[in-house]
Ligand binder design. Sequence first.
Ligand SMILES: Cc1cc2nc3c(=O)[nH]c(=O)nc-3n(C[C@H](O)[C@H](O)[C@H](O)COP(=O)(O)OP(=O)(O)OC[C@H]3O[C@@H](n4cnc5c(N)ncnc54)[C@H](O)[C@@H]3O)c2cc1C
Length: 446
Amino acid sequence: MHLHTESRRQRVAILGGGIPGLAAAYFLQQHGYDPVVFESERRGAAPCLEHEGFQVEKFAQCVTPRDQHLLSLLGELNLNGTMRWEQAHFGCLRAGRQYNLSSGPGWVRSTALFAAGRLRTDWASWLLGRRDDADYLNHVPVEPFLRAQFGERIFEKLWRPLLQAHFGDLYSRIPAEWFRGRLREGWFGESAKRGHLRGGSRELLEGLVSAVTLRGGVIRNNAWVQWILNEPHGVCLNVEGRTERFDAAVSTLALQRLREIAAGPLQEQVPMPQLVYQGLVSAVVITRQQIQRKFWNALDDSSIPFQVMTESTNLTPREWTRGRSVIHLSRYCRPASDLFMREDEEISSYALGGLREMFPGFDPRVVEACHVVREEYSRPVWPLGGVPSVQPSQVGTTRVYLCTDVQAYPHDRTWDTAIGQAKATAGELARSLAAMPKMRELAAAV
Ligand SMILES: Cc1cc2nc3c(=O)[nH]c(=O)nc-3n(C[C@H](O)[C@H](O)[C@H](O)COP(=O)(O)OP(=O)(O)OC[C@H]3O[C@@H](n4cnc5c(N)ncnc54)[C@H](O)[C@@H]3O)c2cc1C
């Protein structure tokens, strides 16, 4: 047997051409790999809609000053000049009234609570934020824990609507540790600065595409990966009926989706088979008038089938959207649920009816468009026990690596955590692949 020593850059397939996939390609190039990105959407990942010449996010997005991975990548891509920062205000809409959730100093201020309730909220939040028993909090379901720590009234008025806004009706058994993480990040605290990129996620995607292709990376759109198989010395992918081999692969897909396309023993090795995902339905309403002044509202009203409302244009200059307001009304729900499967027209009429109910002065004639968007695997419902460390990103001893939403736990998946994970996964892949023989060398040796 004779090993060729011909030096060849190793090729890595990346499943998914959204921000995590393109960021993984970008960082893999820094380690000397040739990435090939496979994206199923016809013209590349499509997080935006177009309306009258401006981009509208399908799901309301913003950036926080803590998003250091994102901010440093924007710097490398020369994009941070297009970021605009504003003070964001949060609220809760209940029975025709809007309550403040971020009106004063301290962890949480809510005019929905009595003064005594506010004090208790601040005090219990401060204590919880200082606890250092993640193992214990990972095994305690959030609902009974918060009822005990804050009392029934504060839970019902404050935390339940906020939890529902994040997990739909599956909030009650997520680990208290997730909640503690949000408090530590200053959930609805006083310094709620939020940033927006002028061109939104489209701008970030395009910046990454240019950087990756400039250095010889390949991005294939309209390329649905039908199955993926781990082989002894590489990875085999079936893309639109054609098989191709790579030295390794990085998957940015939700674990459940990866499991669906994993062939052979790989399927069993994809971690967390019991993990449940929430889907998301969102009505994106574009109007000629501002509806209200807050950026984000929890909706605590069972007569409206949505649990969150954002008006992202309250944080951006009017000229960015040519004077239009962009409102997202959303609900996390299972893909098999009644709401998820309703016709677009019905969901649009719920959205406009809901706006009329919440804001009696709302005039439907100011509406220019209402789009309905759905996402099947929108958010993992964190299981009790938390997420067993999915580190290393490598799936078992295979050549498949993960850059997924679960690796962000106890944080939520954001652009920032996706970029941080893409960097970590690229580094890990480089270290472990360096210890493995190259696919072509082995083929030549046989
Ligand atoms: C309601 C909502 C609000 C959010 N708010 C914020 C926020 O305020 N700030 C923030 O930073 N982040 C926010 N996020 C998260 C942010 O949108 C995501 O982190 C980011 O878009 C990355 O998305 P993703 O991880 O789902 O991967 P995606 O970007 O969705 O990447 C996966 C890609 O894989 C493709 N694909 C799927 N299957 C296949 C296949 N078999 N073959 C090939 N390609 C395939 C898909 O088309 C998709 O483009 C929010 C998300 C939601 C849903």
